[in-house]
Design a binder for this molecule. Structure first.
Ligand code: ADP
Ligand code: ZN
Ligand code: ZN
Length: 737
């Protein structure tokens, strides 16, 4: 019997990719009903004048206030694309970053799925003979169909494989199919992989680490694998992954942007005996969606990927590894500002699997967690195999004549290393020819017109052997002037030295050896670095590079690492600068002498007595880290406090200021214990023509920080000042300055 007031049918509450922190009610397409099982499905809707793809986040009764709800246009999936642990973890991420759920979900999905493309086929196609084909084969006349039939005699064969074997096999296949002699069938794409190859026998420390990981494999555990460079951490990962595969589980390995090299992949592929799927920014949308889907369906087992691989569905997870866990590239700096390491830990907990964080230079956050007993701490103190730790020397260059920043002692040591048939890496963390173009007559220097202000200059970097100027912040380029724009003088001189200028000086000084420069200028393309290094080989010669060369590739013949220009990093306002510098120095030094020959590291500085260098040299990274943690504790910096940053950009300073003042007030009104710093000009107060300001929040405990943000954000979103600026919120910011 019909009710007098029938309850209205439930509606979909959709997470849409729009910058509003709420869900949107829609009715299902005409003739369909909203069911709880729809949660996680993609749907297409009109939103204003646009069409959007959203995800069903909830179902329930319509809001009584809005009786005239629109119908969605279409349901895009028969099954949810996001479900279970991944959907729950992403909901957690939206709460933690205080970002709209719709934007978080859109960030997590591969681009093709975000656009609404159908879930891709994860199968490949193969051909096989039908029963009729088996009997008829021998009676076929010779020719292409017969050749193909003979090939298929042994069983189904992949189209990919046929492509390489039989010319024009497709027309032959069509001919056979027409007579009912052959047929096409879908086979899982994951079939082919070489048989696993064994690795070296583990040493005692590696063995102990593997045993600790296996002992913890039945639930969540966070483990810090803290091992010097070359100590065989990767071998430990491989053993843990092999165990995970043997139990029929999936493994995810996150690596930094520059760590995902063909070398790394080849090593994983050779050792595991299952297909290893790479996930990086170089993939096409189609490839990325296919891999994502293959993991969601449980067909693929091992992924090695950069930051966004943290969003991979892992319905049969067994292990998550984060290599070089300290690396800055795990933090996304725009859009949804997540940290892949931290998110992976949350997922590991939800999935009930161990998360292994590996590094030679663990982040202070992770070391602190290990100290507090939240992570188990696995140490590898020695280099694996025969390799010896490099010897480190400091070269005091005060009052020494420098050529492109290189001292005579440095050049001499490079010469010796080359004489001994070694390879030399000259490390300088500044690309280009020179950082500044200066007029020696009047003091004018070339500055970026879109980034500098009268008070705060942003020099343009000299490139192209002195002919071009480029701003490394906004990308602006222009030709270098021939004469000084201010005084008309001709005394324009490049100041300081970038990789380009060092390359020039070394080429002149050592004309009989190859000098190869590796930085973002020479290796725009992904595989370029690989090709350059392959061509360079193990011959004696010099590599000049930025941090692109600090890790990843094995350079077995590298005997000398010459570090120049660390001094700029010693005096930075950023409280994380010492940590970053120490990590970089240790990582670069770790490149020397990875094989039989003992390596040497030469560190050139104007500050040989600087406490950071002194501690690092005498006590190593851990002594440094301990002192640095003590400093952070005294100053109340993370990991002893928790931070968030509001950033605002607009044409006018006043507009930024008004927005951040309003935000500050809203935060104060929540009456949560909180330190507020700002609004202040951003470290680069003008970039690409926009004025930039920031407001920093700091709290002694995480809960207060989030309570304040939860309390204040609705008002901040709704405020009229918010519509006049481009603003963002960054929880756990890594670059404050
Ligand atoms: P990490 O990841 O700590 O930098 P790797 O796992 O890459 O170290 O190992 C460094 C080198 O030492 C590699 O060439 C690796 O094959 C080798 N190696 C690792 N473990 C052993 C071992 N137990 N015995 C011999 N060689 C090893
Ligand atoms: Zn001048
Ligand atoms: Zn600029």
């Amino acid at each position: 019997m019909p009710d007098a007031h029938p309850t209205p049918p439930p509606v979909w509450r959709l997470a849409l990719p729009v910058p509003l922190p709420r869900l949107f009610d829609y009715r299902p397409p005409v003739g369909e009903t909203a069911e709880p099982g729809d949660i996680g499905q993609r749907v297409r809707v009109t939103f204003g004048s646009r069409e959007l793809v959203g995800i069903v986040a909830e179902t329930g009764p319509a809001d009584a206030e809005t009786p005239e709800l629109k119908h969605a246009l279409a349901r895009l999936d028969p099954e949810p694309v996001l479900q279970g642990e991944l959907l729950e973890s992403l909901q957690w991420l939206a709460r933690y970053t205080h970002a709209p759920l719709g934007e978080v979900l859109a960030t997590a999905l591969p681009a093709a799925l975000r656009r609404g493309d159908a879930l891709p086929d994860t199968h490949t196609w193969a051909w096989q003979l039908t029963e009729a084909g088996q009997t008829a084969r021998e009676r076929l006349r010779s020719g292409k169909p017969r050749r193909l039939a003979d090939r298929l005699q042994g069983g189904p064969c992949d189209e990919d494989m046929l492509d390489g074997e039989i010319e024009d096999w497709r027309s032959a296949a069509r001919a056979l199919a027409k007579r009912g002699l052959a047929e096409r069938l879908a086979v899982p794409a994951v079939a082919h992989a070489p048989a696993p190859r064994p690795g070296p026998a583990l040493n005692a420390e590696q063995q102990a680490a593997v045993e600790a990981i296996l002992a913890a494999r039945d639930g969540f555990a966070a483990m810090l694998l803290d091992g010097v460079t070359g100590s065989g951490k990767t071998e430990v990962y491989l053993h843990a992954i092999a165990d995970c595969l043997a139990r029929g589980r999936q493994a995810l390995v996150l690596v930094p942007e520059i760590g995902l090299t063909p070398q790394t992949l080849a090593r994983f592929r050779a050792r595991l005996g299952v297909p290893v799927h790479a996930l990086h920014s170089g993939l096409s949308d189609g490839e990325r969606a296919r891999t994502w889907t293959a993991f969601a369906r449980g067909e693929a087992r091992v992924a090695v990927g950069t930051r966004s691989a943290a969003f991979l569905p892992l319905p049969e997870a067994g292990l998550i590894v984060i290599d070089e866990e300290h690396d800055g590239s795990f933090k996304q700096l725009d859009g949804i500002r997540y940290h892949a390491r931290d998110f992976a830990l949350v997922r590991g907990k939800a999935l009930g699997v161990p998360v292994l964080l590996g590094s030679a230079t663990p982040s202070l956050e992770s070391l602190r967690n290990a100290q507090m007993g939240r992570y188990s701490h696995l140490r590898l103190h020695q280099r694996a195999g025969q390799a010896q730790p490099p010897s480190v020397r400091v070269c005091d260059v005060r009052k020494r004549p420098l050529e492109a920043g290189l001292s005579p002692e440095m050049l001499e040591t490079i010469g010796h290393a080359l004489d001994a048939d070694g390879q030399v890496l000259v490390f300088k963390n500044r690309r280009g020819y020179a950082p500044v173009l200066l007029c020696h007559d009047c003091g004018w220097s070339a500055q970026c017109q879109r980034c500098s202000t009268p008070l705060q200059g942003t020099p343009m970097t000299v490139h192209g052997g002195g002919r071009r100027l480029q701003c490394h912040h906004c990308g602006a380029r222009r030709p270098a002037p021939n004469a000084c724009p201010d005084c008309g003088g001709l005394a324009l001189q490049p100041q300081g030295a970038g990789t380009e200028r060092i390359e020039e000086v070394l080429t002149a000084r050592f004309p009989d050896v190859p000098v190869l420069r590796i930085d973002r200028g020479t290796t725009q393309r992904r595989d370029a670095l690989e090709q350059h290094l392959a061509k360079f080989g193990t011959q004696r010669g010099i590599l000049v590079g930025t941090q692109m060369l600090a890790k990843g590739h094995d350079l077995p013949n590298l005997t000398l690492v010459a570090v120049v220009g660390v001094d700029e990093g010693l005096f930075s306002a950023d409280f994380r600068a010492p940590e970053k510098l120490a990590q970089l120095l240790i990582q670069v030094a770790g490149r020397a002498g990875r094989a039989q020959r003992r390596g040497e590291v030469l560190l050139q500085t104007h500050h040989p007595g600087h406490p950071l260098l002194a501690t690092l040299l005498t006590g190593g990274y851990h002594a440094f880290a301990e002192e640095e943690l003590a400093q952070r504790e005294m100053a109340g910096f993370p990991p002893f406090s928790h931070m968030a940053m509001f950033r605002a950009e607009a044409q006018q300073v006043e507009t930024c200021d008004a927005f951040l003042r309003m935000a500050r007030e809203a935060l104060q009104q929540t009456q949560t214990p909180l330190d507020l710093h700002g609004p202040l000009p951003a470290p680069m107060p003008r970039r690409a023509g926009f004025q930039r300001m920031q407001l920093l929040l700091s709290a002694a405990d995480r809960r207060s920080l989030h309570a304040a943000l939860d309390g204040a954000l609705p008002a901040i979103y709704a405020a009229p000042q918010a519509r006049k600026v481009r603003w963002s919120l960054d929880v756990d910011p890594v670059d404050l300055y």
